[in-house]
Design a protein around this ligand. Structure first.
Ligand code: NAD
Length: 260
């Protein structure tokens, strides 16, 4: 379905991003992966995508806190594959703390990676999409783009920002064959979720089991984690022709969390 297309997925060395990259490659797209990690692990994932799906995969080390590196990542992908047809703004980090102790540099870092990076990447990728009259932009927002939880001030703010940015760029690009949407997962079992458990234990004075059952899964009426493959399937659908009239939407995949 995506043969001949080129996709850039930020934050795709692990978790949801890696699942997006592999799902697009499975549909025939060439992909640029991005994110941090050990060089050997990243190379294994990159080469694995090529071997498993018979497409080309490139790696960009761009740091999502650096606007110039983000623009360069898009330019390089356009040069390498001829275009950037699909952009997924997915890189994200979390930090959990009461507001009065929230480190200022953590606030700045979360706003940069989880929100501003999407602006910089869209700014760089939209001109090529407009010229070719086709594009798919997807941002991984979160249930936290719709509702809040205590102790996540920067994350909730950034994700609500993504919801607004999505609507704005959708309106600007609507007549160019470009769709711009956000996917808002509930809790997906990835390193990002696993890593916040110790801080949540501290902030709420709970055991690990209590955090998993009483905080994380408590929010999800289905009492199950969302899987990375379920999120990636929704992204593939948004890239299909069937989804060409879905734009400016913020699609929940959260086990019923935001229905409550
Ligand atoms: P993850 O920690 O597995 O992956 C995050 C990715 O971002 C990694 O590849 C990491 O290297 C990359 N990254 C971090 N800082 C970066 C930087 N400065 N520059 C470039 N890349 C950077 O996390 P995940 O759970 O897969 O999260 C992916 C996205 O999904 C995030 O935006 C997150 O907020 C969102 N999300 C996750 C969940 C969940 O429950 N896991 C729920 C809702 C939304």
């Amino acid at each position: 379905m995506l043969k001949g297309k080129s996709a850039v997925v930020t934050g795709s060395t692990s978790g949801i991003g890696l699942a997006y990259a592999r799902a697009f490659a499975k549909e025939g797209a060439n992909v640029t992966i991005n994110g941090f990690g050990a060089a050997a692990d990243i190379e294994k994932e990159r080469a694995g995508i090529e071997a498993d799906f018979g497409v080309k995969a490139a790696y960009s080390a761009a740091d999502m806190t650096k606007p110039a590196e983000i623009a360069e990542m898009i330019k390089t992908a356009e040069k390498t594959f001829g275009s950037v047809d699909i952009l997924v703004n997915n890189a994200g980090i979390q930090f959990v703390s009461p507001v009065e102790d929230f480190p200022i540099e953590k606030w700045d870092q979360i706003i940069a990676i989880n929100l501003s990076a999407a602006f910089h990447a869209m700014r760089a990728a939209v001109p090529g999409m407009k010229a070719r009259k086709w594009g798919r932009i997807i941002s991984t927002a979160s249930a936290h783009s719709l509702v809040a939880s205590p102790f996540k001030s920067a994350y909730v703010t950034a994700k609500h920002g993504i919801a607004g940015l999505t609507k704005t760029i959708a309106l600007e690009t609507a007549t160019f064959g470009i769709t711009v949407n956000a996917i808002s997962p509930g809790y997906v079992w990835t390193p990002l979720v696993e890593k916040q458990i110790p801080d949540t234990m501290k902030a709420r004075n709970m055991t690990k089991e209590q955090v998993i059952n009483d905080v994380l899964l408590d929010a999800q009426p289905t009492k199950q984690f969302v899987t990375v493959d379920q999120v990636a399937s929704l992204a593939v659908y948004l890239c299909s022709d069937a989804a060409s009239q879905i734009t400016g939407a913020n699609l929940s995949i959260d086990g019923g969390w935001t229905a409550e």
